[in-house]
Write a protein that binds this ligand. Structure first.
Ligand code: RIB
Length: 288
């Protein structure tokens, strides 16, 4: 059977991640030493774009980076995976976004983002067409996210991360909202009013899908050895989008997204860890 190639446009952030991996995360005011430093391409938008491409979608990323050396490094894996970067513009006045990430021995993280060019992506700069399914997150100004949603003609997926106040169009127009359990607690009852589906992720425990506050289905995450959970949520977002565009049944789509997210936690770095379609399919067969 020939598989439909999903078309996905991500309007989102690009960061370069500076990752310090050590035994444990610092408490406020504490210094923890002995960590090892690495740098990886990241940013929720870029991660979701790359994840969707590795899962078989034709992906366009609409984003802004600085006119600096970090931009090339941040975009390198996207270019290698064939993501369309024609609408990824260079900003002469702001640096490429940077994320400072601490990872502990269990793969848990703490992230501080300096958004740079992402924050300067104002709605007036969004002129390119949104083709196919739209995926966006909240590392751009919310006004830009709202404009992208208003421009979209296909499936609209919004990852409400990091949690912040958003305009009503997000809840009225999104076909799918995705949050983790912390973000779900932040949005509270408002998620029940969403017109479309709401997916809530629970880390290693899996995910649940809701509509109008009623649970439709749930899926467990396959058991994996977590090394670095950075990007696992982004991989889940991309995988659930691809699965829905491919018209998988809801429970199969949720299982597929949980498996993809689990695999993304097994390697270091947000983008190097994003799995291929074949890797996700193999894990699903193995965990059946
Ligand atoms: O979701 C993970 C991402 O959040 C990291 O890659 C980092 O850049 C931050 O944006």
């Amino acid at each position: 059977m020939t598989r439909i190639i999903p078309r996905v446009t991500v309007v989102g952030s690009v960061n370069l991640d500076f990752v310090a991996t050590g035994a444990r995360l610092p408490s406020p005011g504490e210094t923890v030493t002995g960590a090892v430093l690495a740098r990886y391409p990241g940013g929720k938008g870029a991660n979701q774009a790359l994840a969707a491409a590795r899962l078989g979608a034709a992906v366009t990323l609409i984003a802004r980076v600085g006119n600096d050396v970090m931009a090339g490094e941040a975009l390198t894996l996207l270019a290698g995976a064939g993501v369309n970067l024609q609408h990824c513009e260079s900003d002469a006045d702001h640096p490429t976004g940077v994320a400072l990430i601490a990872v502990n021995a269990d793969g848990e993280n703490q992230i501080v983002v300096t958004p740079g060019a992402n924050a300067a992506f104002t709605p007036d700069r969004l002129r390119d067409p949104v083709e196919g399914a739209l995926v966006c997150q909240l590392e751009l100004p919310v006004e830009t996210v709202a404009r992208a949603i208003a421009m979209a003609k296909g499936l609209v997926v919004v990852n409400l991360a990091p949690a912040m106040a958003v305009p009503d169009i997000v809840f009225s127009r999104a076909d799918l909202i995705i949050v983790n359990q912390t973000e779900a607690a932040w949005y509270g009852e408002r998620l029940h009013d969403a017109a479309g589906l709401v997916a809530i992720t629970y880390g290693a425990k899996g995910a649940k899908l809701f509509r109008g506050g009623q649970m439709l289905c749930e899926a467990a995450a396959p058991l994996v050895q977590a090394m670095d959970t950075t990007g696992a949520g982004d991989c889940f977002v991309a995988a659930l989008t691809v699965a829905l565009v491919e018209r998988m049944m809801l429970h199969d789509a949720l299982r597929f997204a949980c498996a993809a997210g689990a695999l993304a936690a097994t390697k270091a770095g947000a983008q190097p860890s994003l799995p291929s379609r074949a890797e996700v399919d193999a894990l699903l067969i193995q965990s059946n």
